[in-house]
Structure formats: C-alpha cells, structure tokens
Design a protein around this ligand. Structure first.
Ligand code: DGT
Ligand code: CA
Ligand code: CA
Ligand code: ZN
Length: 587
C-alpha cells in the first residue's frame, strides 16, 4: 500500500465533502450524497488517523457512518491518491468546479443552476455572469443574491492564493516523498517563503538536484515524472529545468531541477526574499562579483567562485551565515558583516508548553494524556489551561469547577513522574476588561493566560483600555493570542499595541506567541516590537489534542523571524524560574 496521499483526516474528509457536492451538482441520489457527507464528518471527528486504520478493514467499518462501499473508496484513496467517483465528475464538468465550491454561499444547488443555464463552472466565468446581470434571471435568484455573490468572489480572491504554513508544509512533504522515488534525485528542498518560515505561503518553490539533473535529457525525463504527480491538477508552464503546476488543493508549485554545482546558488536565490537578494547582489558587485541563481562569479573573468552551497557564498561575501528566517533585508546583512547576528532561539531551547485544553472544556484529551504527550515531547513542564465560563460553547469553567480542576491537575502532577504539570487557566477578558473568574480562584493558579474571545469590534481606545485593565490585574501572567487575528479569516481587533506592550513591560506580564498556524499571534513584526520594549514572550501551542503539540515549531519559526533569542522567551527557563516568572518575578 502506498499510504502517501492524502495524509490526514482533514484532507480525506475534504475530498469526501467535495465529492458529495459534486454528486449533488450532478443531481444524483440523495442517499448516496448523504453517505459521502456522513463519512466525511465521521472521519473529521476521529481521534485516530484513518491512515493508521486503513490496513484493518474491520476497524474502519466499525466507525459509524462508514459502510462497505465507503471502505472501498477509502482504500482507493490511499492507494491512488484520488477517488475515481470524484475524478469522473471533474472530467464531466471541469476541475475548476472545486474552486467554485470554495466561494462562500455558493452551494451545489446554485452551481447546478448556473451550469444548466450557461455551462459555466469557473470563478471568472461566474463573476462575468453576475456582472452582466445574468444570475438574477435564474430561478429563485435575485439582484441581492448577485451582489452577495460578487462580494463573496472578491473575498475568495483576497484570501485564495495564500495558504497557512502547515498546509504548505504538508503539500511540500507529500511532493518530496514522491520526488524522492525518482532514481537520481538525491536532494529535495523547499525554498521561498516556506523556507523563510513566513506566516503564510503564496506558492511552493521546490528545488531538486542529483545525478538525474545533470544533462538536459536527464532533466527532461525527471520533468516528465514530476508531471505525473497524482494530486497535480494542471500544468501551468513547463521548461527544460522547471515545471509549474497547480495542485488539487489549489496551491501552485514551481519545481526546479538543478545540477549539483549550482544547487547552493539556487537555494540562495530562490529562498529570497527578493529584498534580501537585491541587497546581497549589491554587496557582491561592490566586491567584484556577480551573483545569480547559478553561481557567485568573478565580475571580470566570469569564473564561478562559489555555488555548491549557500555557506560558501555567504563566506565569500565576508558575511556570517544568515539563517533563512532573517532574510528580509531588515538589517541582517549589516549584522552578518559585523558578526552581531543574534543566536536565534531553537526548538530545543523550549522547556515547556503552557497553553493547552482538555476534555474538561473543548479539548479532546485528558490531563493525563496531555501530560504523557508533553513528556514524550521532551518537555520538563507544562500547564493545563482550560477555558473560563464566558466561553459557553466550549463548556468553560466557573469558579467552582475551576477549583475542582486545579485539584485534578495537582493529583495528576503527583501521579505522573518526569514532568511538572502546572495548574492554569485561559481566562476570558470580559468586555470591560475584568477577568471571568474571581481573584481568589485565579490566585490559586500557577499560570493565568488572559485572552479576548468575544466582543471584538470595540473602538480601539476601548479595546486598549480593556487590555490594559487585564494586564493590570495582578493575577495575569500572560496575554493569550494578543491580537485575536485568524489568518485568512478574521482581522486582528484594533488597539494601541505600543501602549499595551509598554504596560506589559511595566507589570512584567508576558505576551503569548500562539503557534497555532491560523493564529501565529503575536506575529513576527509585533514580536520585534515587544522585544524592543523589553516584553518577554511565551511560545505556546494552544493544543486541543495531543497531536497539536508539534505545532510549536511554527511558533519558533516566527520567533526566529523576529530575531528572538533564548533570553527573550520565558518558557526556556527551568521549571522553578518559570513559575516565578508567571508571578511577575524576572530580571
Ligand atoms: P510567496 O510565494 O509569495 O509566499 O513568496 P516567495 O518569497 O516564495 O516568492 P516567490 O515564490 O515569488 O519567489 C521565490 C524566491 O525567488 C523569492 O523569495 C526570491 C526569488 N525571486 C523571485 N523573483 C525574483 C526577482 O525578480 N529577483 C530576485 N532577486 N529574486 C527573485
Ligand atoms: Ca513562493
Ligand atoms: Ca514561486
Ligand atoms: Zn484562546
């Protein structure tokens, strides 16, 4: 069994949801449509990964909502990476149908109407129909629907074209696995914004080298192989050493095949950023070199002096090696010249993760399960921080339940060796800036994360007051996901960041760097600002499942992009010192 794509439950559920929608557009039997939706929902809610179960049909059939027919579909998905039911429908209509389905408020019924009237099923085409007033003439449609549709298309355009870092990374990993199977491809590396750890990624830039990339003929062969990648939807451009294509997830990919002697130069060039490259090229010129994607060469003789590795290129330019995360032309070249680049924080520096939820509120695992997972992660400490009562849909804790929960956390801490479990809370900051639990209960906590989860649309001055009040509460240790933004979905609420950071520094309240890919909050820019103000950072995952603990690396990437060192981040401290820091004792 291939077991290659698609990897996780969410990806599989998406394919099943899409297929259900396509069947509905195709006016098929409602029972059949429902069976796909039910299976999608069941898989989405599984705590195990379906890919780990697929080898045991009995276990798959035991999942409510999955019958024999669906099992066959799933087996096909894991073997071929696609579903023939879906592929046939996409052939009958057009793959662009999947893009249409992503537009808010445009469901299968409307799409079917549009198709039967105009045989149009792509975003541009539908937009044109709406502008020409041709949607309002359809049954049950009017001018209002048309305006709403145009607005939804505009929103779709704004957020489509960029992807969360975890989605980009997952696509890069799948493609890498596929490419590695080709004989003579020895190295495969993502470059571009993904390698720099940017919070979202536009397209993937994948660089490939090895003996299969030496001659034109060999490269042409390899390009052919790349073009057969199963999740590939359509090829956009194709050259001797490059192929650009779109994946079924709508992500665009550039794959470049390079001879080994210029791999380092290509890595440097295609990692970017563009601004960093421009500045680096100017330095090269001043030193009598030219720098391009093939090599660093002598300006006069055109003889290459470096190109195999990035390290030798930076060394020849008399620079310390610049980590990809810093390559944004924000002073890194100057610092590399003066040997003053910071020693960036690494994943290994972190001693604990202190924001996670359990089944007591909206998490999926128990205290004990989270603790075992954190221990396996190599942490020395952790904190359980469930929600408070204002978050009713998450079954948040009131004073009484919070006290009982502290007790349970203390008991688990006694029982489990090898890790310190701090008792904490993620307490809501209410609209007026008060915290959602009484001071007496909060004072019993080791870690108090105060977060805004409601009433986001206050005036900036009011929101600033609200945050300042929370920071001023002596029980507050950390402000959770301080700006509240959800990437590609919801903007940050508005407030005076400078005033908030100044107050945080004064009260020795830390700011969270929430590593959840949708959040990454504070972001790199704000983290730099925080560091300048002397505010300490805590990097957390906000895990709702044991598998989420791994997301910490996205946070570390943002911290590195912000030039943070170990000293800037409190959860690099040993447990006792960290506990004191949560009570405002640090130097
Ligand atoms: P993205 O894809 O929008 O998230 O951002 P990047 O940084 O991955 O940008 P992309 O994919 O357009 O290009 C990849 C890298 O290639 C970029 O970071 C630097 C390099 N590059 C692209 N175009 C140019 C250019 O015109 N001049 C220079 N110096 N470098 C370029
Ligand atoms: Ca890119
Ligand atoms: Ca690109
Ligand atoms: Zn939260």
């Amino acid at each position: 069994m291939f077991n290659l794509y698609p990897v996780d439950n969410k990806a599989i559920a998406n394919i099943l949801y899409e297929t259900a929608d396509l069947l509905e557009i195709d006016a098929q039997d409602s029972f059949r449509i429902r069976s796909y939706r039910n299976a999608a929902q069941a898989i989405e809610n599984l705590t195990e990964q379906i890919k780990d179960l697929i080898g045991e049909p009995k276990k798959v059939l035991a999942i409510p909502g999955i019958g024999k027919g669906m099992l066959v579909n799933l087996q096909e998905l894991f073997e071929d990476g696609s579903l023939s039911v879906q592929a046939d429908l996409l052939k009958k209509y057009h793959p662009s149908m999947l893009q249409l389905l992503k537009i808010q408020g445009l469901g299968p019924k409307t799409i079917a109407l549009i198709w039967s009237a105009y045989q149009v099923c792509d975003v541009d085409g539908v937009e044109k129909l709406a502008r020409e007033g041709k949607i309002r003439t359809l049954p049950r449609m009017g001018e209002k629907h048309e305006q709403k549709l145009l607005k939804a298309i505009e929103d779709y355009r704004r957020i489509s074209g960029r992807f969360l870092i975890d989605a980009a990374e997952a696509e890069a990993n799948k493609l890498t696995e596929y490419l590695a199977k080709f004989p003579g491809i020895d190295r495969i590396t993502p470059a571009g914004s993904l390698r720099r750890g940017r919070e979202t990624v536009g397209d993937l830039d994948i660089l490939v080298t090895g003996t299969a990339c030496c001659s034109d003929a060999e490269r042409a062969n390899a390009v052919q192989y790349v073009a057969k990648y199963p999740p590939l939807m359509d090829v956009i451009a194709r050259g001797d050493n490059k192929i650009s294509f779109r994946l079924r997830s709508d992500m665009q990919v550039d794959v470049r095949l390079l001879p080994p002697e210029s791999f380092g130069a290509a890595m440097q060039y295609f990692t970017g950023s563009k601004a960093h490259n421009v500045a680096l090229r100017q330095r090269a010129l001043k030193m009598g070199y030219t720098l391009n994607e093939y090599s660093l060469a002598d300006l006069k003789t055109e003889k290459p002096v470096a190109g195999k590795t990035e390290e030798e290129i930076y060394a020849k330019l008399k620079l310390d090696y610049i980590p990809p995360e810093l390559r944004e032309n924000l002073g890194e070249i100057d610092a590399a010249d003066k040997h003053t680049l910071p020693v960036l924080i690494t994943l290994d520096d972190l001693q604990g993760d202190v924001h996670m939820h359990t089944v007591e509120t909206d998490g999926k695992n128990t205290i004990e399960e989270m603790a075992e997972a954190a221990k396996a992660h190599g942490y020395k400490y952790m904190a359980i921080t469930d929600h408070s009562k204002n978050l009713a849909f998450a079954n948040g804790l009131d004073d009484k339940r919070a006290v009982a929960h502290i007790q349970r956390i203390r008991e688990a801490n006694e029982k489990i060796d090898g890790i310190t479990i701090f008792a904490g809370i993620e307490v809501d900051i209410l609209a007026e800036g008060d915290l959602d639990l009484s001071d007496g209960v909060l004072a019993q906590m080791d870690v108090v994360i105060a977060s805004v989860h409601s009433v986001f649309n206050q005036e900036p001055a009011k929101m600033t007051e609200r945050l300042l009040k929370a920071i001023g509460n002596p029980n507050t240790s950390i402000i959770g996901h301080p700006t509240g933004r959800l990437q590609l979905r919801r903007d940050a609420y508005h407030f005076d960041m400078d005033a908030v950071l100044t107050a945080a520094a004064k009260h020795k309240v830390a700011m969270e760097l929430n590593s959840y890919p949708d959040r990454l909050d504070l972001n790199d820019v704000h983290l730099r600002q925080a560091k300048q103000r002397g505010v300490k950072i805590v990097i957390n995952t906000d895990s709702h499942h044991t598998s989420h603990l791994d997301k910490i690396r996205y946070g570390v990437l943002q911290a590195r992009r912000a030039w943070l060192t170990k000293d800037d981040v409190l959860n690099t401290l040993p447990a006792e010192k960290f506990a004191k820091a949560m009570k405002h004792e640090w130097h």
